[in-house]
Design a protein around this ligand. Sequence first.
Ligand code: G6P
Ligand code: MG
Length: 215
Amino acid sequence: MSYKACLFDLDGVLVDTAIYHFKAWRMLGENFGYQLTEEQNEQLKGVSRVESLNRILAWASFSATEEQKEIWLKEKNDNYLSLISGMNPTEILPGVVDFLSQIKADGYKIGLGSASKNAEIILEKTELMPWFDLIIDGNKVSKSKPDPEVFLKGAEGLGLLPHECIVFEDAQAGVEAAKSGGMKVIGIGEASVLKEADKVISNFVGINSADLLLF
Ligand code: G6P
Ligand code: MG
C-alpha cells in the first residue's frame, strides 16, 4: 500500500507533554482533595480536557455543577499553560525531526490530528509548525477520540481518502479512532498497550520514510 499522507497525534508522539498534563491535573485535584495516580493519567492520554475532568471527578466520587466544572477546566488549562510556557525544540521526541524531513522530501503530506486545544501553541514553541500542511486540533472537532472525526477531517482537509493516510498515535483512544476511520495506524509505545495498532514502534529513532512502504 502506498500512502500519500502521515497524520500525527501531538502529545506523546511528537512531544512529551504528558508530564505537564499530569502535573496540571494534580494541581487541580487539590481543590477537591484528590491525587491522580500515574496509572490513571495513562488512561487520560488522547482524551479531551472536558472528558478528562469528568473521569477524574468520577474517580474521586465528586459531583460538581456545570458552572464549577467550567471554572476548573479554565484553572487546569491555566496551570498547564504556565507549565508549558518554557517549552522549546529540545522537547521534541527523538527521531521526529529527521523523520519529518524525510517524508517531506519524499512528497508525503503532513497533518496533525490532536485532541488538544493548545496544539498550535505547542507547535509554535517547539518550532514544528512549518512542517505541517494541515492542523486539525481540539478546536476543530466536536467529538473526542476514539471517535474518528479528527483523523477523517485530516484526510478530507488534505483531499485524500482515509486509506491513503497513515496515522501515528500513542494513545489507545487514538489508535481506536484511526482504525474506525479506516486508516493504517502505527502505535508509538508498547505493543502490550496498543494492541489494536497495525504495528508498534517505541519511537522514531531509525525509522525512515522508506519504512512507510513496509508498514
Ligand atoms: C491530548 C492529551 C490529553 C489532553 C488532550 C486535550 O490528547 O493526550 O491528555 O487532555 O490532548 O488537551 P488540551 O491541551 O486541549 O487540554
Ligand atoms: Mg497522544
